[in-house]
Design a protein around this ligand. Structure first.
Ligand SMILES: Cc1cc2nc3c(=O)[nH]c(=O)nc-3n(C[C@H](O)[C@H](O)[C@H](O)COP(=O)(O)O)c2cc1C
Length: 211
């Protein structure tokens, strides 16, 4: 395995928003191939209860874009945004860009699960529920990224899950887990992010005991 390439992929798998190429179409065959790679990921009991809703229709993308903007406005009111800008100005600019342009992103993918999370669900069942879709979805994003196609894990639109389900004809017994805007990446390489070093969050044998 070419570790240099693999490590570069993993360290530069950024959320792409402002550098999504809104004008360049994506060959559905490439996305389907990446989905075939993605379903190699584990799923609970080896039962694949996931589905991938791919949205390219401009009218449907526009509707989802409007709901996304509404959800963003609910969560990120002007005072909240002003506060976040003090420390995360670049992030905020990127979030707002996506709000303004989601409808123009050529493809949206909604990873979906069969079933609904129960109310008052146990940690084990909730972990098992979302665990069925998260590995495959992240593999999808990495497979796309390796082909120069960017995306971002987003969940704000799920506030309008029922409207989205109605728009796309999704059955009531299906749960959308995320909304991934998909487009070719413009410009040069993406860079590793600044994160808390994992060793500060890694405990060996006893909680809090770092090496
Ligand atoms: C559970 C989850 C939900 C997220 N929801 C959104 C979202 O609704 N909109 C958005 O623009 N980004 C969303 N993000 C992306 C994060 O904001 C992003 O990963 C973070 O800003 C770090 O940036 P990076 O991925 O470029 O390193 C979400 C990420 C996760 C893991």
């Amino acid at each position: 395995m070419d570790l240099e390439t693999v490590d570069k992929l993993l360290t530069t798998a950024r959320s792409v928003r402002q550098r999504l190429d809104l004008a360049r179409p994506i060959d559905p065959a490439i996305v389907q191939h990446c989905l075939e790679l993605a379903v190699q990921a584990p799923a609970g009991g080896n039962v694949c209860r996931y589905h991938f809703m791919v949205v390219t229709d401009p009218t449907k993308r526009a509707a989802i874009g409007d709901w996304y903007a509404q959800a963003f406005a609910q969560v990120y009111t002007e005072p909240v945004l002003a506060e976040r800008r003090k420390t995360h100005a670049r992030d905020v600019a990127s979030w707002v860009y996506l709000v303004d342009h989601l409808r123009d992103v050529p493809m949206l993918i909604i990873p979906c699960l069969e079933g609904r999370p129960e109310d008052d669900v146990s940690v084990a069942r909730l972990g098992g529920f979302y665990g069925n879709i998260l590995p495959a979805s992240w593999s999808l994003m990495l497979a796309l990224r390796a082909r120069g196609i960017g995306s971002a894990w987003t969940t704000l639109a799920l506030r309008h899950e029922h409207e989205i389900a109605g728009l796309l004809g999704m059955p009531a017994n299906v749960t959308p887990a995320a909304l991934l805007p998909i487009a070719y990446i413009t410009g040069g390489d993406l860079r590793p992010a600044k994160r808390v070093p994992a060793r500060e969050r890694t405990y060996w044998d006893t909680w809090g005991k770092t090496k």
